[in-house]
Write a protein that binds this ligand. Structure first.
Ligand SMILES: Cc1ncc(C[n+]2csc(CCOP(=O)(O)OP(=O)(O)O)c2C)c(N)n1
Ligand SMILES: [Mg+2]
Length: 257
């Protein structure tokens, strides 16, 4: 059997060297490795640099509104629970504009996979600070630097009841694709936070790779919380755990329905 390669003929318009290329590659590898057919998978995307992925993976879906890819995905899943539903969203999409959807998706446990391209800026609109930008980040609209402290989305997901929580490094394609495979296989809401560099805007957050180390923790929520708190999205020192933070079995929204 020839595995689907999910390639499209669209010209890719991301900046040369953008880590979105790496996320795209990791997603395609995960889909191929799971042996999924194109007609079994569907996606929703937000609006932003990440959202362009809609044109670069040969599966159907809905190119959503900024901040709203999650409810669209849940609607699709409820309509046809046989589909694998992937949601690609930005940090602006997920942690600013659409944060209520994120929190409720964790509670609902709809069987969808959320992949957050976290470049820690509203990059498509030229780099304004998002909820995961570091304090002091200077932009055109925050010339004296962001004065707010960042949100820790991993801690938020855990406390909101997400049943699969992971963080990966976009540059580590092999590891990212393996974690994505597990996330897609997971029955329930799987959330994968992908840390990515932005080569144009929030330069300060680039190249944190040397601080990252791999973890794997499944059913120990206390440990998951501690791992989440090891890094607060602000410091450029310390250690940044990546890998699977937590996984639990729970009835899905579709089963409850
Ligand atoms: C409701 C709404 N608000 C604001 C915008 C403008 N807008 C388009 S893309 C974008 C930034 C997206 O940032 P993020 O989600 O982090 O994605 P990135 O470009 O960084 O991948 C914004 C604010 C919009 N399109 N719709
Ligand atoms: Mg962003």
């Amino acid at each position: 059997m020839v595995k689907a390669n999910f390639n499209t003929k669209e010209e890719i318009t991301w900046c040369p060297g953008c880590s979105n290329f790496m996320i795209l590659e990791a997603v395609k590898r995960a889909l191929a490795s799971l042996g999924l057919k194109k007609e079994e998978v569907v996606m929703t995307t937000g609006i932003g640099c990440h959202g362009k992925i809609f044109d670069y993976i040969d599966i159907g879906g809905v190119y959503g509104l900024h901040g709203r890819p999650i409810p669209v995905a849940i609607g699709i899943k409820l309509g046809n629970p046989k589909l694998k539903v992937l949601t690609f969203a930005g940090d602006g999409d997920t942690y600013n504009e659409g944060i209520s959807h994120f929190i409720h998706a964790c509670r609902y446990n709809s069987d969808i996979t959320l992949i957050v391209h976290d470049n820690r800026a509203f990059s498509l609109t030229t780099g304004q600070a998002t909820a995961t930008s570091q304090e002091g980040y200077k932009t055109k609209v925050e010339p004296k630097g962001e004065f707010l402290k960042p949100l820790n989305p991993i801690s938020l997901a855990l406390s909101s009841g997400a049943s699969f929580v992971a963080r990966v490094n976009a540059k580590n394609i092999e590891h990212t694709s393996k974690v994505l495979e597990e996330a897609i296989r997971h029955k329930g809401f799987s959330y994968v936070e992908v840390l990515q560099d932005c080569l144009i805007f929030n330069l300060e957050i680039n190249n944190l790779d040397k601080l990252m180390y791999k973890v794997e923790n499944r059913d120990n929520k206390e440990r998951a919380r501690k791992l989440a708190e090891e890094w607060n999205y602000d410091s450029k020192t310390g250690k940044i755990p990546i890998g699977i933070f937590y996984q639990e079995k729970r009835k899905t929204l579709e089963e409850e329905f």
